[in-house]
Design a protein around this ligand. Structure first.
Ligand SMILES: Cc1cc2nc3c(=O)[nH]c(=O)nc-3n(C[C@H](O)[C@H](O)[C@H](O)COP(=O)(O)OP(=O)(O)OC[C@H]3O[C@@H](n4cnc5c(N)ncnc54)[C@H](O)[C@@H]3O)c2cc1C
Length: 437
């Protein structure tokens, strides 16, 4: 499909995901009468919004700060978030008729519980503001041209635009259209590239038939079999991602055991640390703390007290008082102890081995499930190449970059969409000023 009926646009926004759609709305509202086109290679616009948040779309969070993100310079992230904070995003959606409700951990979802409500509202707002949305229009190249930029489509057309916004996303869930081509477009215009990895992605553990690392005594467990045994079990834990030559990252939240390994918010948040370490050639592992906050001496005192007070109680019953029964059993088995051991017969050595495992168990992560299962992408276009007051490229004036294609990735909880809304607003505000000038 031809991109435009005429040769020249004021603004071409490449990518109609969360960031591109929002930028089109903000820009067209502030610069009425200008030709603003939002194009996307996908035939169906907004596929990623539709699957987000379990198809409910976690639009933003009550509190969003630079501390909820990893990637480039936190000061850049802070400037962008402060220019368009979460509260403004929430009232923007309320004005579009998308009422939001706050849920656990400050997450905001539409009261309809349908991501479709968010997507439809954005598209309606884009049309009402006078911008034009063009699906099935994949951009294959952007070059500097006589009128600013020459934008080439995959079907062989070339169009002029005074300003170009790249909002092409990262590489996560590539079937939605975000397949990394945007990085090439940015590179061709002089931008750098920080190697990407999946982020917010489930982790794969060493399979059951694989060799266990280390002897099965003294705190080294056959953890390779834990995930298959516990698949489907979820509960709150803490994890530490420890890697050679870098500080450890400690995270808390709910985890989910799966048939291939681990998932759930805390593991998704941990994944980027493990993957970045591997990318940088640093040996890393994820250490699981099934009793977050407990210390060795506290657990020892508690178990000894149980031995004194309830000598005939079974070990499985005692440990299950603080953990899901299946987890308690798995950790007892991993410590090489019979779960039906009476407390009176638990040896000092067994007790210590069990405590060591409860306090810290290396998971033996071997990989992630990759971009097809990742919610976001870590790495991308360096933030140092963007002016955080405008989102304009420092290396190619007239070019703006927003959303996930930049070297910013947020944790689970609506933070990544907030980055999309905030960066879109900052760019649109600056572009509208330029267009009005
Ligand atoms: C399963 C899943 C669940 C998620 N849930 C949440 C959630 O609940 N809350 C949250 O905050 N975040 C969530 N995220 C993350 C969030 O969806 C993304 O961070 C956000 O959508 C990024 O927006 P974006 O516009 O930058 O990129 P994208 O949404 O990836 O959009 C980029 C668009 O650019 C188009 N494009 C790419 N290259 C070209 C080209 N050459 N020519 C034309 N078009 C092109 C693509 O087709 C795509 O439509 C989730 C992600 C996934 C995968």
């Amino acid at each position: 499909m031809p991109l435009l009926n005429r040769d020249t646009a004021d603004v071409i926004i490449v990518g109609a995901g969360a960031a591109g759609l929002a930028a089109a709305v903000f820009c067209a509202r502030q610069a009425p009468g200008r030709r603003i086109f939002c194009v996307d290679g996908a035939r169906n616009i907004g596929a990623k919004i539709l699957v987000s948040g379990g198809a409910r779309c976690n639009v933003t969070n009550r509190v969003v700060t630079e501390r909820d993100f990893w990637g480039g310079d936190p000061r850049v992230i802070r400037n962008v978030l402060r220019a368009y904070p979460a509260a403004r995003a929430a009232s923007f959606f309320a004005d579009l008729g998308v009422a939001l409700q706050e849920e656990e951990d400050g997450k905001f979802f539409p009261t309809t519980n349908r991501a479709r409500t968010v997507l439809d509202a954005l598209i309606r707002a884009l049309n009402d503001a006078g911008a034009e949305l063009r699906p099935s229009c994949r951009i294959s190249g952007v070059q500097r041209g006589a009128h600013g930029f020459a934008v080439s489509t995959q079907d062989g057309h070339t169009h002029d635009a005074r300003i170009v916004v790249l909002a092409t996303g990262g590489r996560s869930l590539p079937k939605t259209g975000s397949d990394g081509l945007g990085y090439q477009l940015a590179r061709a215009l002089g931008h750098g590239y920080i190697e990407t990895t999946p982020a917010l992605v489930p982790l794969i553990l060493r399979p059951a038939e694989g060799p266990a690392e280390g002897p099965a005594e003294a705190g080294h467990y056959r953890r390779d079999s834990l995930h298959t045994r516990l698949a489907g079990v979820a509960y709150p834990v803490a994890v530490t991602v420890r890697s050679d030559g870098a500080g450890a990252a400690r995270l808390e939240g709910s985890m989910l055991w799966t048939h291939f390994g681990v998932s759930g918010p805390v593991m998704l948040n941990a994944s980027r640390h493990w993957l970045r370490a591997r990318l940088e050639g640093r040996a890393a592992d994820v250490l699981l703390h099934v009793l977050p906050g407990a210390t060795f001496s506290e657990l020892e005192a508690w178990l000894r007290e149980q031995q004194r007070e309830h000598p005939r109680a079974l070990l499985r019953t005692v440990v299950a008082s603080g953990l899901p029964a299946s987890v308690a059993e798995a950790w007892i088995a991993a410590a090489g102890i019979d779960a039906d051991t009476a407390m009176a017969h638990l040896t000092r050595e067994e007790r210590r081995r069990l405590i060591a495992g409860l306090l810290e168990t290396p998971l033996g992560v071997v990989d992630s499930r990759g971009y097809n299962y990742a919610e976001v992408t870590a790495g991308g276009v360096p933030l140092s190449e963007i002016d955080s007051a405008t989102m304009e490229s420092r290396v190619c004036p007239g070019l703006y970059l927003i959303g996930e294609m930049l070297d910013v990735d947020g944790r689970i909880g609506g933070f990544n969409f907030q980055w999309a809304w905030s960066s879109a607003w900052v760019a649109a505000n600056a572009i509208a000023k330029t267009l009005r000038a």
